[in-house]
Design a binder for this molecule. Structure first.
Ligand code: SD4
Length: 290
């Protein structure tokens, strides 16, 4: 098997794949690549569904979800954590420094402080103003590809051929306090099996959780499907459980051990970034609905 280092992420996050590639091209570990790539988006105040600047829940609190998974199947996650800018980094600490996989809410935040993370107000003036505007009607209606266009799921293969993945988000804007989506749930928002490949998701998390989407895609690849075929099958599974529903978006991306990639979504508009020796590309995804 020839090893093909590559970084791939949901949406057009060129700075994230650029950062991940910087790590990979120098022989760095795929785990560092996905973490550092994800951190770029967490730190971007203009990205309103990840990290600082993320849109708050309906009570005005920014609560973040993230997870990370390595080549040995080790994983860590934080759920609905407040006041910490880089949940993916805390997730990595959960993986490396505790016997646990998931820490939620106040416990996650406390652990982060113990690990030396700083307390920070994550609600930017812009996200606050938009939330105040939303509160006037309090109508909860996630908007396809607009509200939901910023969760980053990122996968990488390094020069040793090892695969890692990470996923980080502020979740659905104006969600119920305490709501957790797919992004920090191993198997749903992210799954890595170093023998086979990896997958990650963006979009309405509830639907990805119900089908254990990323795990499903990796298992389909194990059965012989290409990353592209597996992503298509994953979306079709979701659509078959939601007969007639056309008002939500899901996007999946996947890689296999050979460094082949795929992506598929429900609604037109989803793209994903790849960075490998062949270059840095934004790839439009085919969609289930036309
Ligand atoms: C969630 N999957 O919390 C996330 C949201 C998302 O792009 O992907 N936004 O359900």
């Amino acid at each position: 098997l020839t090893i093909r280092p590559i970084a791939i992420c949901t949406w057009n996050f060129e700075n994230a794949t650029a950062k991940a590639w910087e790590v990979l091209k120098d022989g760095g570990d795929s785990l560092d690549a996905v973490q550092q790539g994800a951190m770029v988006e967490e730190a971007d105040v203009n990205n309103q569904t990840v990290g600082i600047g993320g849109r708050p829940d309906r009570d005005g609190n920014v609560t973040l979800d993230a997870c990370i998974m390595d080549k040995n199947g080790n994983c860590g996650a934080v759920l609905a954590m407040q006041n910490i800018a880089s949940p993916v980094s805390v997730a990595r600490k959960v993986m490396e420094e505790t016997p646990h996989v998931m820490l939620a809410g106040k416990g996650a935040e406390k652990f982060a402080y113990e690990q030396g993370f700083e307390k920070l107000n994550l609600l930017t003036e812009q996200s606050k103003q938009e939330w105040l505007e939303w509160k006037k009607t309090s109508e909860y209606k996630p908007i396809i590809n607009i509200e939901n266009h910023d969760t980053i799921g990122i996968l990488a293969i390094d020069k040793k051929g090892d695969i890692s993945g990470a996923c980080t988000t502020s979740g659905m804007a104006y969600k119920y306090a305490g709501r957790v989506g797919d992004s920090p749930i191993i198997g749903a928002g992210l799954f890595v099996d170093n023998e086979i490949g990896a997958a990650t998701a963006t979009g309405v998390g509830e639907e990805v959780v119900r089908t254990v989407g990323s795990f499903l895609i990796v298992e389909l690849m194990r059965q012989g499907k290409s990353p592209q075929e597996a992503c298509e099958e994953g979306v079709k599974r979701i659509m078959s459980k939601n007969k007639g529903r056309t008002d939500f978006q899901i996007g999946f991306i996947a890689i296999n051990k050979k460094g082949e990639t795929g992506g598929y979504c429900i609604q037109p508009g989803f793209t994903y970034r790849t960075y490998s020796e062949e270059g840095h590309m934004n790839n439009p995804s085919e969609s289930f609905l036309k």
